[in-house]
Write a protein that binds this ligand. Structure first.
Ligand SMILES: *Cc1c(COP(=O)(O)O)cnc(C)c1O
Length: 400
């Protein structure tokens, strides 16, 4: 082994010892309720393809059409070699979908978060994040150089304490103008619960902060047409920056920021992940077909099927229904090795559920993260619920 590899092996061994080592599992099929994992047909409860659009004929056809008309690659950054028509169509459709003035797409949701936050937030500003926001937001907030505070998950009192602190600091440093930013998710990616957006809007207005919401797991799933939680709660107009991904329920790939025309104008000038990166492949515009379906009668049917499965699954494993159902159901086991064992046990039954561990969640917060999709059947749901019950890992539920 080379010295370099020896050094790397030490680090890998440390991860292995903590039950935090990850490995890629080879999948030889497209996404869907059934996938082939390492050569075995498995029931799939790991995908964020909530409306089963990733493999939908309309999206595949849109991707093929985009490739035929605009090619396999985009050539350069949109500011350098010109901005391809399909991205303009997609952005118009996104703005309409999210009821905002404008939209800008990025190569990924991660790039959208990093690009937008570092473009907008300056050193000397104050960023206040929900404790459970996605890594892309945490990384961006750190990169911005702003003073960073985290409030307890969905805890409005703690958020207000942090806002009070920041506005006091803001007052003390009046000589240079600083801004306050509050950022949260609408549907939390590893817990599947939702943020009290109305109450946060009231606080952000009271304290003069700007508000950004990541709708990665709500878009396509929540509210009429799948417009998201901000739409459902009627607070879209009071959210300054709406972010999300095109890679989950919308079935394609990419990220977006929706908001005012001025916001998009500024991002085009300042978002480094947009400026210094080759435009996404033209086929990414397949997301436009995803939005069309989400808004259509077919989309409504898919959402209804999804929500039926969610309700069915929750009732089978003894979880209460919530007012806003989401497709993410975590079974929190805490211990990393226990969670790995549980996922392994499910895989032996040909059921694929990821063991989510640090740093995706806190240490000791390991869990099975179950995601449901519109094309899971009632039998699929029962098979999973039965397997979990037999394993006796459901809190407060006796084995059958
Ligand atoms: C997946 C995800 C992202 C990143 O989006 P990608 O398009 O996958 O890069 C951002 N925020 C949240 C909450 C996510 O779950």
């Amino acid at each position: 082994m080379s010295l370099f590899d020896e050094m790397l092996e030490e680090r890998l061994a440390s991860l292995r010892k903590q039950n935090l080592l990850r490995e890629l599992r080879f999948v030889g099929s497209s996404q869907g309720p059934r996938i082939s994992v390492a050569g075995r047909q498995c029931l799939n409860f790991s995908s964020n393809d909530y409306l089963a659009l990733a493999n939908h004929p309309a999206l595949k056809e849109a991707a093929v059409r985009a490739i035929e008309q605009f090619g396999a690659g985009a050539g350069a950054s949109r500011l350098v070699c010109g901005s391809l028509a399909p991205f303009h169509d997609l952005e118009e459709s996104l703005a309409d979908f999210k009821k905002t003035e404008a939209a800008l797409t990025f190569s990924t949701g991660y790039a959208a978060a990093v690009g937008a936050i570092t473009a907008l937030v300056r050193k000397g500003d104050f960023i206040i994040l929900d404790k459970l926001v996605h890594a892309s937001i945490v990384d961006a907030a750190r990169l911005s150089g702003a003073k960073l505070r985290v409030f307890d998950h969905n805890n409005l009192n703690d958020l207000e304490d942090k806002l009070k602190w920041a506005s006091q600091k803001q007052f003390e440093s009046r000589n240079h103008k600083s801004e306050l930013w509050v950022i949260t998710e609408s549907v939390f990616s590893m817990d599947g619960d939702i943020a009290p957006l109305r109450e946060i809007v009231a606080l952000k207005e009271q304290y003069g902060a700007w508000f950004m919401v990541d709708e990665a797991h709500a878009t396509g799933v929540v509210s009429a047409c799948g417009r998201g939680l901000a739409d459902k709660l009627g607070v879209g107009d009071q959210i300054d920056i709406q972010m999300g991904t095109l890679g989950k329920a919308l079935g394609a790939s990419g990220g977006y920021i929706c908001g005012s025309r001025k916001l998009v104008d500024l991002l085009v000038n300042r978002a480094r992940s947009f400026i210094f990166s080759t435009a996404p492949v033209p086929a990414a515009a397949a997301a436009l077909a995803g939005i069309r379906i989400a808004k259509s009668a077919e989309g409504e049917q898919l959402r209804n099927a999804l929500h039926l499965r969610i309700a069915d699954f929750k009732s089978q494993i003894g979880l209460a229904e919530t007012e806003t159902a989401t497709a993410i159901v975590p079974i929190i086991l805490g211990d990393e090795s226990k969670t790995l064992k549980a996922a392994g046990c499910l895989r032996e039954k040909d059921i694929f559920v990821p063991a989510i561990r640090y740093p995706a969640v806190t240490r000791g917060g390991a869990r099975l993260r179950i995601t449901l999709t519109a094309t899971h059947t009632a039998a699929d749901i029962s098979e999973l619920a039965d397997a979990l019950r037999v394993m006796e890992i459901l809190p407060g539920l006796p084995a059958k």
